[in-house]
Design a protein around this ligand. Structure first.
Ligand SMILES: Nc1nc2c(ncn2[C@@H]2O[C@H](COP(=O)(O)OP(=O)(O)O)[C@@H](O)[C@H]2O)c(=O)[nH]1
Ligand SMILES: [Mg+2]
Length: 205
């Protein structure tokens, strides 16, 4: 699969417009991906609350700069490695494709690459949307790893975590405390993104 590289276009050669920015939004089911996309676009461009099976593109202009946002279906939940180990020892291991219970719980057949294809020549930034109201454990960590891996090895360098649902945390709990308390998987994700994270604006209103 083709790797997607971070683009560095210079925009209008006459310098009248700042260069376009392309953002790819990834995350688990109901994590707030579409809400985040709409928030960036400044409008209810995409339907919230219903999971889509395909990626959608929206565009807006922010301070004269064109911003393209790609909203995607939820990332695939990888199968349990222990199940895979069992499958390897199973005489019928080759029948995995015929057994939906063993297939990854991907809600779409596109994967993250379709989202990246929709913002050629590739995203400038990948926003990994994580809701603080949902668990983030080893399964989610592996899901994120598989998604970013599918886009190419270097994608972590321009990825960041967007935390949603922060308004649901107790008033005295800051996001840093939540990261520290949630466990190694979330800390791993934040560190993998070079400690780049933000709290969704929706969480602050
Ligand atoms: N309280 C709260 N709800 C949010 C936030 N972000 C998203 N939601 C809600 O979470 C649900 C799922 O959001 P959606 O954007 O459709 O998630 P998606 O499935 O990942 O695209 C919707 O009911 C949103 O209104 C947030 O920051 N705070
Ligand atoms: Mg959505």
């Amino acid at each position: 699969m083709a790797a997607v590289s971070s683009a560095s276009d210079t925009g209008d050669p006459r310098g009248r417009h700042p260069p376009e920015r392309r953002l790819l939004i990834l995350g688990g089911p109901q994590s707030g991906k579409t809400s985040t996309a709409n928030s960036i676009l400044g409008d209810e461009v995409f339907d919230i609350g219903t999971e889509t099976t395909h990626s959608n593109v929206g565009q807006t202009e922010i301070y004269g700069r064109r911003v393209t946002v790609v909203d995607t279906p939820p990332w695939a939940i990888p199968s349990d490695p222990e199940d895979n180990a069992e499958a390897d020892n199973d005489d019928n291991a080759g029948a995995e494709l015929d057994n939906p219970s063993r297939a990854p719980q991907s809600l779409d057949s596109e994967g993250p690459c379709m989202g990246a294809i929709l913002c050629p020549p590739g995203p400038h930034a990948i926003l990994l949307v994580v809701s603080v109201t949902q668990p983030f454990g080893d399964t989610e960590r592996r899901a994120a790893e598989e998604q970013l891996g599918a886009l190419g090895g270097g994608t972590w360098r321009y990825s960041m975590v967007v935390f949603t649902g922060v308004d649901k945390l107790p008033k005295e709990v800051f996001i840093e405390e939540h990261i520290a308390n949630t466990g190694e998987s979330l800390q791993w994700l934040v560190e993998r993104c070079g400690s780049r994270y933000i709290v969704s604006l929706l969480s602050l209103t």
